[in-house]
Write a protein that binds this ligand. Structure first.
Ligand code: PLP
Length: 471
């Protein structure tokens, strides 16, 4: 493709992009295709000869778009959102055009220096303390893995990386059953053994019981094990559980245990001063992660990972073959040492575009609106005879179930709610996902999509009630 053709096609595709954004509500939210349907439309082998962009783009629109779940649809209430925004998309276009691989300062000084600066803006915006240093990871899972590896190295006197874990005492980790599965995955990858991950009991609000944490740490120490890390959640995935950070932090400090805070979803809301109560005790955290790619209008992937001691992270991950040495080493940050993959995209650019384009106040307004809609939804559910909240609402996440009068058999209620979600999602009008709350099948309704307005939430609640009544 020559540059003139690129220009022509790019203009055309930007028009398609703008039309897609403007017309997003005309698509079904969740893709309405069957397994294998899209694959059947794709040739079994690659074309030997060049194909025209007109043809490729036509196929994209006809065959691929119907197989896409529209995460940017305002009636997307499933999982946690991966929201995006026009300024973020523009920055992604530029990032792709520059195509810089930003592993070292030298391989793109602007990317490195902007990453440091923008993550410090974000630190200030969210009220994280000055002692935190930021890096952008591809995902919260990567940040959690980095925390676990660092904790493992600290707990083994930096021997794990060198000599392996065979001759060191057994390392233990602690988290609640509410915490995202990324922690267990990280423990497995780090070679610490998922049997050594203690799942802490939770209280009536699904939060870690600090006394139980301390009891387990003391027991494990007595048994000759080395407690290495606690992963606390602020806004866990199931029902948004918030662990008591201060009490957990004091225990970690007392026993010399690394504390990582997973706030992948909720952390973006810290730009609102009224949510900062949940950060109380953050001064004890060794690291914390949240995803602007979930709730700060910044395209996936963009995970903000803050560490208190960058040297410990770098010491854990650094490896320096000749081909990665550079003249500036030691005078600059080489982010290659801050994450598991070597290669890095210029991710800071989209965050810079988003923060500048909306301003902190604009971002606050959008997130505050989402929380306000969720508050209203909570009120509607509370007032409805045949529905009940199954967990307290957290920020913009409401968890509830259909519970028609006179039906008290739990298995039947599970079936009702499963059928309800299936019917709703099959309608294409909205998208919801489920969780289990103390064994009960429940519906999660998370509000965080860029284009969601009150009317979308109201319409969704209407459809939910009508569909439930027809079960
Ligand atoms: N932690 C929490 C609380 C999450 O909700 C998620 C994903 O939804 C993760 C971690 C994992 O995030 P990522 O997909 O960025 O690895």
């Amino acid at each position: 493709m020559d540059i003139d053709e690129f220009r022509k096609q790019a203009h055309r595709m930007v028009d398609w992009m703008a039309d897609y954004m403007a017309g997003i509500e005309s698509y079904p939210v969740r893709a309405q295709v069957k397994p294998g349907e899209i694959a059947a439309k794709l040739p079994d082998g690659p074309p030997a000869e060049s194909e025209s962009m007109d043809l490729i783009f036509e196929d994209f629109q006809r065959d691929i778009v119907p197989g896409v779940t529209h995460w940017q649809h305002p009636s997307f209430f499933a999982y946690f959102t991966a929201n995006s925004s026009p300024p973020s998309v523009l920055a992604e276009m530029l990032t792709a055009t520059l195509g810089a691989q930003c592993m070292l300062w030298q391989t793109s000084p602007a990317a490195t220096e902007m990453e440091t600066k923008v993550l410090d803006w974000l630190r200030q915006m969210t009220g994280l303390g000055e002692g935190f240093h930021g890096v952008i990871q591809d995902s919260a899972s990567s940040a959690i893995l980095c925390a676990i590896l660092t904790a493992r190295e600290q707990a083994t006197g930096w021997q794990g990386n060198k000599a392996g874990l065979k001759n060191v005492p057994k390392l233990t980790a602690y988290t609640s059953g509410e915490t995202h599965s990324a922690t267990e995955k990280g423990i497995k990858i780090a070679g610490m053994g998922s049997d050594n991950l203690r799942k802490l009991p939770v209280d009536e609000n699904f939060a870690v019981i600090p006394e139980e944490l301390e009891r387990m740490i003391v027991e494990d120490k007595k048994a000759g094990m080395v407690p290495a890390i606690v992963v606390a959640s602020i806004g866990a995935t199931g029902v948004g559980a918030i662990d008591p950070l201060r009490a957990i932090g004091e225990i970690c400090a007392k026993h010399g245990v690394f504390l990582h805070v997973d706030a992948a979803w909720a952390g973006s809301a810290w730009i609102l001063p009224e949510t900062r109560w949940m950060m109380d005790g953050m001064e004890y955290a060794d690291s914390v992660v949240f995803n602007p790619h979930k709730w700060m209008f910044t395209n996936f992937d963009c995970s903000a990972h803050y560490v208190r001691d960058p040297d410990a992270l770098v010491h854990t991950l650094t490896i320096l073959p000749e081909f990665l040495k550079s003249r500036e080493q030691g005078q600059v940050i080489d982010y290659r040492d801050w994450s598991v993959p070597l290669g890095r995209r210029f991710r800071a650019l989209k965050l810079w575009f988003v923060i500048r384009s909306y301003g902190v106040e604009g971002l606050q307004e959008m997130i505050r609106a989402h929380i306000g809609y969720a508050e209203e939804l909570e009120g509607w559910i509370e007032a409805a005879e045949d529905f009940e909240l199954v967990a307290p609402r957290v920020l913009a996440l409401t968890t509830f179930r259909y519970h028609p009068k006179g039906v008290d058999d739990e298995a039947e209620l599970d079936r009702f709610n499963e059928d309800l979600i299936t019917k709703l999602n099959d309608s294409g009008k909205l998208y919801l996902t489920q969780t289990r709350v103390r064994g009960k099948y429940a519906i999660r309704f998370n509000i965080g999509q860029t284009w969601t307005e009150r009317r979308h939430v109201e319409a969704a609640w209407q459809i939910i009630q009508e569909t439930a009544a027809g079960l």
